[in-house]
Design a binder for this molecule. Structure first.
Ligand code: NAG
Ligand code: NAG
Ligand code: NAG
Ligand code: NAG
Ligand code: NAG
Ligand code: NAG
Length: 336
């Protein structure tokens, strides 16, 4: 405010004039939106127009379709969509939509045109998607352009060694209640016919890379350890966690009491995971959990609880009392 007070009149007016211009540019940009997409050999267009001209509404759209910059069709429509069957697989298509407005005072001016192009040449559009543990969703082979598929083959590759764990031959893959073993790269190869006269056969490969985020997961079987009171237990933990795990680790006994609380440091490591009958190697974390001087309340089934920003995971382990005092082994190590 104080700055404005110091300005001379001329400056203030220039300031306001600039603001007005910026504003009107922005409202022109927001006049409308148009999307073009191709489904097999058909080109489809949707648009929305918001006119900023007072008392005027769009009531007719004039659509021009150009193929490689040559006009091939024109039509007037009251709908906000248009489709064209019979694209070929070797051309670029351009659509220009000009709204014809109808104003309260009876005039019928033209609004600003929307103008977009799309290539019908089949090509891979590799994609990367991120989902959450337990999500359900469908994967489609990201191949853009105009073509008629006759076969789709998928390979699901996972882990540091890109191990192939599954194959599919459906056009889409529906994944439900996903877990870390569903992550990885889904490579698809589509066999297709060109649209248009040539009817050529072709194959193209593309892929969808799937990242999964979720609470930590410890891919180890339940462990049993034999110990005496006052023993020190050390456990090596390996886990998968996106995002990274918190340093807090809790141990809860079978009476639901928290009997241990540590702050550990997790180091990046490779973790083995069983996925669809194969053992694969993923990036994960490991730590050593030291639980000194255990007491009787540890005997029975305990759970180790690990956390990240997205939740927690409980891993159970059983401590059995060691009865043969003479062979007491003191510190017990057990590894995954
Ligand atoms: C295109 O518009 C139609 C009708 O307005 C609508 O049902 C459809 O969902 C739209 N498609 C896309 C991809 O926006
Ligand atoms: C009718 O109204 C529109 C929008 O308000 C205005 O742009 C146009 O000049 C008017 N035409 C006539 C003939 O008054
Ligand atoms: C490719 O197709 C996908 C899905 O239909 C679409 O989201 C994407 O924008 C397309 N890419 C291009 C470059 O047309
Ligand atoms: C457990 O560790 C503590 C300190 O690190 C040590 O004093 C104690 O002797 C150990 N107990 C056993 C049974 O090894
Ligand atoms: C281990 O725990 C017992 C019982 O809680 C206690 O008497 C003893 O001092 C503890 N020993 C160590 C080394 O902390
Ligand atoms: C672990 O997460 C569950 C919900 O998924 C929650 O009910 C539970 O309280 C959490 N446990 C701890 C120890 O935070």
């Amino acid at each position: 405010m104080s700055v404005l007070f110091c300005l001379e009149n001329g400056l203030v007016w220039r300031f306001i004039a600039i603001l007005t211009v910026a504003n009107s540019v922005r409202s022109q940009e927001k006049d409308g939106d148009m999307i073009l997409w191709i489904n097999r050999c058909t080109l489809k267009v949707n648009w929305t127009i918001q006119t900023k001209l007072d008392g005027c509404v769009p009531n007719l759209y004039s659509v021009r379709l150009l193929k490689n910059n040559q006009e091939i069709a024109t039509s007037d429509t009251t709908l906000t969509s248009y489709s064209f069957e019979g694209t070929d697989s070797e051309s670029t298509y351009r659509v220009i939509v000009s709204p014809i407005l109808e104003c309260n005072n009876g005039s019928r001016p033209r609004g600003n045109s929307l103008d977009h192009s799309i290539s019908a040449i089949p090509r891979s559009q590799q994609t990367f998607i991120t989902k959450y543990i337990s999500d359900d969703f469908t994967l489609q082979c990201p191949l853009n352009g105009s073509y008629t598929p006759f076969s789709v083959e998928w390979e699901h590759k996972i882990g540091i060694d890109s191990t192939i764990v599954r194959k599919f031959t459906t056009p889409e893959i529906t994944l439900t209640d996903v877990s870390y073993k569903d992550s990885g790269k889904y490579v698809c190869t589509v066999g297709f016919y060109f649209c248009g006269g040539s009817g050529l056969l072709r194959k193209l490969t593309s892929s969808v890379s799937l990242n999964l985020n979720g609470p930590p997961y410890i891919p180890m079987p339940q462990q049993t350890v034999v110990a005496d009171p006052a023993d020190n237990l050390t456990l090596s933990l390996s886990l998968i966690s996106f995002p990274a795990p918190f340093s807090l680790v809790l141990v809860r006994n079978q009476n639901n009491e928290i009997i241990h609380r540590s702050s550990v440091s997790f180091a990046p490591t490779e973790v083995k995971l069983s996925a669809f009958g194969r053992v694969v190697t993923l990036y994960g974390y490991s730590c050593r959990l030291n639980m000194p001087n255990i007491t009787r309340e540890w005997f029975g089934t305990n759970s180790i609880i690990v956390f990240n920003r997205l939740g927690n995971y409980s891993f159970s382990f059983i401590v059995e009392e060691f009865s043969d005092k003479e062979n007491s082994i003191g510190t017990v190590y057990f590894f995954c």
